[in-house]
Design a protein around this ligand. Structure first.
Ligand SMILES: Cc1ncc(COP(=O)(O)O)c(C=O)c1O
Length: 377
């Protein structure tokens, strides 16, 4: 059997990783400013993470959600404590798309409404409902076209007001910072207006913090920079540092009913252990503060470079829009300087490093970036 060929692959196979570094089969070292797509939060192979996971697997790896699992309760308490949402409840699942599916389903259960309002260029995942709320027809099949989702332009309060006034929408869903679209931070005034309009129209406000959350923006959640609160918040990616996991933080206004949501693997013993290790390390090592400080250093260091049209983002979620003629920089960074970065479209480099990145690592990237752009006409 061969693999179903859906990923364009780089001809590199990392086999070892530590902190912000990766090594390939040939022993070549790479600096990781991609974090395996914003997944590695506390750094690769962190000793606390490794120890806690190996201790847990020695005891027990999995049992079903039909029995008590105090690791889930401990995780919920820790997320509540660190996120500023202690009174919310937690539902655990396995991925970002699944978290969004469950959030939209909950909003629909809660309001009895069927439609979802999303923003243009949004990315919420590839499963049935999540892909319908993703503004990319190329990844949607006819089966996904249920016409339950409408898109509005981001930062346009009038368009939002007009749609929500119909009171047809179960939820308005928006990313804390748009990632796949090339890193766009919603205006704080827009998020505040969205909060008010959702309150006025009985619409659930879902904030997808799958990429922007978990400390990456320099606060636990990116929407907290705007001083607002969401009804449902979806998380995944950095939550368990590479162990597959997703979750929904749920406002006390939502009533749980046995059987309304469920999953076989969600919140299993290993995933919860990984997620608890992440929060322990994040707290002790001040990862959120580091994201803010090192992010500012990177953003300032990129400004003024002749290849850079615009630098967007917050903390360690940075989009570098390149001027025409510099579209090859991402590949050059990888193959000539051995630095992994993310991309968005052809002309945006996305920086999504582990939150433990040091100023020295960031400086190494800036030096390499400057060297390459200097060489290029
Ligand atoms: C904002 C956002 N939402 C949802 C998802 C989907 O997450 P997953 O790939 O874990 O299903 C992603 C993945 O890139 C994302 O960036």
């Amino acid at each position: 059997m061969k693999l179903f060929d859906v990923y364009p692959l780089w001809d590199i196979e990392p086999v070892k990783a530590e902190g912000c570094r990766l090594w390939d089969k040939e022993g070549r070292e790479y600096l990781d400013l991609y974090g395996g797509h914003a997944v590695i939060s506390i750094g690769h192979s962190h000793p606390v993470y490794r120890q806690m996971l190996s201790d847990q697997i020695d005891k027990m790896g999995f049992y079903s959600n039909a029995v008590k699992n105090s690791l889930q309760t401990e995780l919920a308490l820790r997320i509540g404590d660190m996120s500023g949402y202690p009174e919310y409840s937690l539902f655990l699942c396995n991925s970002g798309a699944e978290a969004n599916e469950n959030a939209m389903k909950l909003a629909s259960f809660h309001t009895g409404r069927k439609k979802i309002l999303a923003v243009e260029k949004a990315f919420h995942g590839r499963t049935s409902g999540a892909v319908e709320a993703t503004d990319n027809p190329a990844i949607r099949s006819a089966f996904n076209e249920n016409h339950n989702v409408v898109f509005v332009p981001i930062n346009n309060v009038e368009a939002l007001k007009k749609e929500l006034a119909t009171k047809e929408y179960a939820a308005f869903i928006i990313e804390g910072i748009q990632g796949v679209a090339g890193i766009h931070v919603p205006d704080p005034a827009y998020l505040k207006a969205a909060r008010d309009l959702c309150n006025e129209t009985g619409t659930v406000l879902i904030i997808d913090e799958i990429q922007s959350g978990y400390g990456r923006s320099g606060k636990f959640f990116a929407h907290q920079h705007a001083g607002i609160r969401a009804d449902l918040i979806t998380v995944a990616k950095g939550i368990a540092n590479g162990f597959p996991m997703g979750g929904v933080l749920i406002s006390p206004a939502f009533e749980a009913r046995h059987g309304m949501l469920g999953t076989t693997f969600g919140g299993n013993h290993l995933a919860c252990t990984a997620a608890i290790a992440v929060l322990k390390v994040m707290k002790v090592e001040n990862c959120i503060e580091n994201a803010r400080i090192t992010g500012e250093y990177l953003i300032e260091g990129l400004k003024g470079n002749k290849a850079v049209k615009e630098v967007r983002g917050m903390g360690l979620m940075i989009g570098v829009e390149l001027n025409p003629g510099y579209e090859n920089l991402r590949n050059r960074l990888l193959f000539e300087k051995h630095i992994f970065t993310g991309g968005a479209g052809k002309n945006v480099i996305r920086l999504l490093p582990p939150l433990c990145i040091t100023k020295k690592d960031a400086g190494e990237f800036l030096e390499a970036f400057n060297e390459l752009t200097e060489e290029q006409k």
